[in-house]
Design a protein around this ligand. Sequence first.
Ligand code: HEM
Length: 352
Amino acid sequence: MGTKAVTDIQAWLHERIPVSGVQLRELTNEPVPNHLKRWWFCLGGTPAYLFVVQIATGILLAFYYQPAPASAFESVRYITHDVTYGWYFRSLHKWSATFMIAAVILHQMRVYFTGAYRRPRELNWVIGMCLLMCTLLTGFTGYSLVFEQLSYWGATVAANICDAVPLLGHFLKQMLLAGDGYNERTLSRFYILHAAILPATITLLVVVHIALLRLHGVTELHFDDEEQPQHFNFFPDHLLTEITIGLVLMILLSVLATILPATLGPRADPLTTPEVIKPEWWFYVSFRWLKLFSLTFAVLSTGFIVAAMFLWPWIDSLLRRWTKQEEISVWIGVVATFLLIGFTVWEAVVTH
Ligand code: HEM
């Protein structure tokens, strides 16, 4: 194509989309602090990338999945064994969900241990907490869609836990199950939550999260080996880091999907309670907690812990003022991390 044709196309485009190259560069070229060259400091991009993988593979699965007790299990079996590459896309969806949840938790830990939630970024922490809740709920509703024994009984246990919430409990259980017990409308409720409401909410929250991040800039951290805080350009330097992480993840997900593909347990049977009921690994910590205490205490204390996590930036500020210890949050974080890992491993290794 001649240069005249290119210039004509540029002029045509510019007249219809009146944004200049300079404006675009200004929008994308945020100076990024040097520590974001290390992947563990920019873990926030990883769940964003995996969320896109979830949407793409989820749309493909939706062509075949049927959200009704009579046909759900058979449709997943069909995807896994009969649809061309169905096993691959189902396995990618499953592994990417696992990685997304792990990445959200690790990103939150990075933000926590670097104090990046402190003033003026408190609201972005709260939005992050909403993202954590939505991600966990998406994982739970997805697990329930398969309609295996553990999907069915896991959802039944979750509904009973909702029921134990004071005042609102019965209403929450009815909202979750679309009735007083698991019925033929329950799966379509899980499906609309999993495939429409939660992804749309996550998309909106991520947009606000990134917009606030862009307005504040990433927190500057001070390192002993850096005299002055140094920066590099978002475009193309940081984008290249993110693309590299994305490509490595894509390979890793593909390898895992091939050597450890998603399997299918026995079909749900409402009349036979399985001997062992286990949720997915990300709920092991709450499940262990439930087994250690009475249901009401476990539910109330979990509500209290989640509320404290939402309000953490303000609780941390009060604690620092009262104790005069600048880094008290680090010690609390270390104890919480040990408890989280300890309870998860405990639940993983015991049968009951
Ligand atoms: C789907 C989930 C999430 C996505 C896609 C996401 C995305 C991001 C991205 C891209 C950044 C830029 C810096 C980085 O990469 O670390 C960031 C920063 C941040 N995120 Fe998230 N995030 C998510 C969940 C969370 C959670 C669960 C929390 C905490 C409860 C959180 C709190 C924050 C805060 C406070 C910052 C600012 C950090 C700083 O200034 O250094 N985010 N997030």
